[in-house]
Design a protein around this ligand. Structure first.
Ligand SMILES: NC(=O)c1ccc[n+]([C@@H]2O[C@H](COP(=O)([O-])OP(=O)(O)OC[C@H]3O[C@@H](n4cnc5c(N)ncnc54)[C@H](O)[C@@H]3O)[C@@H](O)[C@H]2O)c1
Length: 445
């Protein structure tokens, strides 16, 4: 039975008649859905957020890596549509899950989005389909959490339907790589699922990297993110030490990076941001406890990275004290870049928002300028900052700021214009030196 069901799907994948549903049309899901449709698969995008549906309806992409033109092109072919109606899943051969995997307030994995999605799928799952999870999570989630919920459909995993895990490696703002050109790790639970997953992803991306188990695929993704978190913590710690010694950590890193082997540059910053690096490592921390292990590297890295905003504020306070003879209270500070990452509007876990909040907490007048973010959206930890507007570039010179704090170094900021203000600039991104701008008023932090 299972052989003929999996063979039937394999045939449909090979001749491109298989239908696809992508659940969760965010940073990961929308590019994936558009890429799959552009490569010949009839694709339905599902999301619970009606505002996203309205924007797609208006022909508007809300994700920078998907242009309005690319969206129009796949929509015109009739191979891409979108809905909030999960009943449409009953027509789909392959279902890919790209929903959020955040932490709870107690910094434990919040799998409720994955679980709710699996429950919806179970209602409509048809025999012979493949369900692939892409959300970043701890090893074991696919078979221990998702599969049992899908089995509530009455179908038997590995026999009547097939499950896979294939982590997303999307890098918003990175112009060198697109969904289709990033090699994709793929694993199925069992041989038939593995074959189906490899066949499906070979349509969507140029290079599929099959691995032995879904747990291994889950561990690969989380390892990639832990690697980044730990290395960023290392350079953040080195920044504090070299600052105290009067050595420029960016010059050190760039010098070390001339070694053609054995060194990979990571750069310090005002703290970690985004959906992945501040969050994903703690999925492993939680799961490791079940095996009696602690994740000391991860926790130490977290501690160092989390302490960065306080360090940046203390440097700003010292500079105000030294150069303006005043402290933070009453000082008027302009924060440059409020999103967490250069050249993208993504606000998730942005340390720049924390900097604004801390400055306000110290009695400073804090404002921000960000060419990508017109106003601060709803954020769980900062309801007080909702709606705060970006100061227009043309207004900056006339607002009487005491200091500028570079939190995120978007390319579309007029750094030369900031330099001529003649006020102290605290630069957490090496934005001025890397652009060859005057450094008299700049303090790196
Ligand atoms: N953003 C990245 O760069 C990136 C990179 C690699 C991996 N990931 C991982 O991919 C997953 C998704 O991340 P993202 O950045 O695309 O998140 P996102 O917030 O941009 O998108 C998630 C989407 O899922 C929708 N959603 C939530 N619950 C739903 C439900 N029950 N049914 C249908 N839709 C639902 C939301 O409305 C949203 O549109 C996460 O696990 C994340 O860790 C993200």
């Amino acid at each position: 039975m299972s052989k003929s069901l999996s063979d039937a799907l394999l045939t449909r994948l090979n001749d491109r008649t298989a239908t696809l549903a992508v659940i969760g049309l965010g940073y990961v899901g929308l590019p994936l859905a558009v890429t799959a449709a552009s490569r010949g698969l009839k694709t339905t995008g599902l999301d619970v957020d009606p505002s996203k549906m309205h924007r797609l309806e208006a022909g508007e992409s809300y994700i920078e890596s998907v242009s309005d033109e690319a969206l129009a092109e796949v929509t015109k072919t009739g191979r891409f549509d979108w809905t909030t109606d999960f009943a449409r899943l009953s027509d789909c051969d392959v279902i890919v899950i790209c929903v959020p995997t955040p932490l709870t307030r107690h910094r434990e994995p919040d799998l409720s989005y994955v679980e709710n999605t699996a429950r919806e799928i179970a209602k409509y799952l048809k025999a012979g389909s493949l369900v692939s999870l892409e959300s970043t999570t701890f090893p074991g989630t696919t078979v221990e959490v998702m599969t049992p919920i899908l089995a509530e459909s009455g179908l038997t995993p590995g026999k009547d339907f097939f499950v896979a895990f294939s982590p997303e490696r999307e890098d918003p703002g990175n112009a060198s790589f697109r969904t289709a050109t990033i090699p994709k790790i793929v694993a199925g639970d069992g041989e038939a699922a593995g074959k189906l997953a490899a066949a499906f992803y070979s349509i969507v991306v140029d290079k599929v990297v099959p691995v032995s188990t879904t747990q291994t695929a889950e561990a690969i993704k989380i390892t990639e993110n832990i690697f980044r978190a730990v290395n960023i913590a290392l350079v953040n710690e080195l920044k504090l030490i070299y600052d105290a010694m009067g050595i420029d950590v960016w010059e050190v890193i760039d010098g070390a990076a001339t070694k053609p082997f054995g060194f990979m540059p990571f750069y310090p910053g005002p703290g970690l941001g985004g959906h992945c690096i501040p969050i994903d490592p703690f999925y492993l921390t939680w799961k490791a406890r079940e095996y009696g292990h602690t994740t000391r590297f991860i926790e130490l890295a977290g501690e160092i990275n989390v302490s960065m905003p306080a360090y940046v504020i203390s440097r700003l306070r010292d500079v105000l004290d030294e150069k303006c003879g005043k402290g933070l209270k009453g000082a008027k500070i302009l924060v440059i870049g409020i999103s967490y990452k250069k050249n993208v509007p993504d606000m998730r876990e942005s340390p720049a928002v924390q900097l604004v909040d801390r400055l306000l907490g110290h009695g400073a007048v804090a404002e921000f300028h960000d060419p990508h973010v017109p106003a601060i959206p709803k954020m769980r930890d900062y309801p007080n900052l909702l709606g705060m507007k970006s100061v227009p570039e043309c207004d900056i010179a006339g607002r009487g700021y005491d200091a500028v704090l570079i939190a995120t170094d978007h390319d579309a900021v007029d750094y030369a214009g900031l330099a001529v203000l003649g006020i102290p600039i605290i630069d957490t991104r090496n934005a001025f030196a890397s652009r060859g701008l005057p450094m008299e008023n700049v303090t790196k932090a």
